[in-house]
Design a protein around this ligand. Structure first.
Ligand code: SF4
Length: 287
């Protein structure tokens, strides 16, 4: 006769769902078929355990898996804040400054972006000066950021469009719009993609958005909350519903800090990592 489920079994099941990787006794979470929290998600690589493909499928199973991942992301956000604190955005940041910095950051790293931006601001202190400058002069100023010709044109076109629309060089009008309207209006400008708009929303306008950069993509795949084969473009809409409300900025900045210091691209410092218990990568090596 099959015995009914007691409180301890129910407790174990709940614990297994809350921790995306391990259960209360430290073993790999039995809720994760194939060792990944997103076992049967369409398009996800299951090759680490072909048997995983035999697990339950369908919308309900997928919803349950999303719930497990979402709880895991919540725990990771809290552990990061416990370790690094709650980072604050730049007070009074000008959305236009943020948007132009983000254009300069396309296809390069932060150091080059900062050099390009500082040179641009030192040669042309006001955005009106950039608008009136010769294209060659802008290209020369932003050369350290790479793709200087392309970026100079994007910046000039953007400034022209704002001036024509608003009569002045300001993005203050975006503050009256909701995030979807902003995505539509700014997304119509050439060379401004979803990641650039998310940076504008998050850093320039203080909205809930979650740009996925190389650090976040790498950490997400290692920890198990971003599917192995997903690229940064698809990872953004994947992540947005998983982020606890009001935690976008904190999680974004703290994950980048983790990626620069501990979970580095070439050799992650798993032995010193305070997130090791939550991490699929770590669990694969420590059993
Ligand atoms: S345990 Fe290792 S792989 Fe996992 S987050 Fe930490 S450093 Fe990265």
């Amino acid at each position: 006769m099959r015995r009914s489920e007691g409180p301890w079994q129910r407790h174990e099941k709940i614990k297994a769902k809350v921790n995306p990787v391990r259960n209360s006794s430290g073993a790999l979470n039995p809720a994760l078929r194939g060792g990944t929290p997103y076992g049967a998600e369409p398009g996800i690589n299951l090759k680490c355990n072909p048997a995983a493909a035999a697990g339950p499928r369908g919308p309900l199973a997928r919803r349950e898996q999303r719930g497990i991942i979402s709880n895991g992301v919540k725990r990771i956000a809290l552990l990061l804040e416990r370790e690094y604190g709650v980072p604050q955005g730049e007070k009074g940041a000008d959305p236009l400054d943020i948007l132009i910095q983000t254009i300069l950051s396309q296809n390069t790293h932060d150091l080059n972006r900062d050099r390009a931006y500082q040179r641009l601001k030192s040669r042309f202190p006001r955005w009106g000066d950039v608008l009136n400058a010769k294209t060659e002069a802008i290209i020369s100023a932003i050369r350290p950021g790479g793709l200087a010709g392309q970026k100079a044109k994007r910046i000039r076109d953007l400034l022209r469009w704002i001036k024509k629309r608003e009569g002045k060089l300001s993005l203050a009008f975006l503050m009256q719009m909701n995030s979807e309207e902003i995505k539509r209006v700014i997304g119509e400008q050439k060379g401004i993609g979803p990641k650039t708009i998310d940076c504008l929303l998050l850093f320039g306008l203080g909205r809930d958005a979650f740009p996925v950069d190389t650090h976040i993509l790498r950490i997400g795949k290692r920890m198990g909350f971003i599917p192995e084969k997903m690229d940064a473009v698809r990872a953004h809409p994947w992540m947005v519903p998983l982020i606890p409300k009001g935690k976008s900025l904190s999680l974004h900045l703290n994950l980048i800090r983790l990626g620069r210091t501990i979970c580095r691209a070439r050799i992650p410092q798993c032995e010193d990592c305070f997130l090791a218990k939550e991490c699929l990568h770590r669990s694969q090596y420590s059993g």
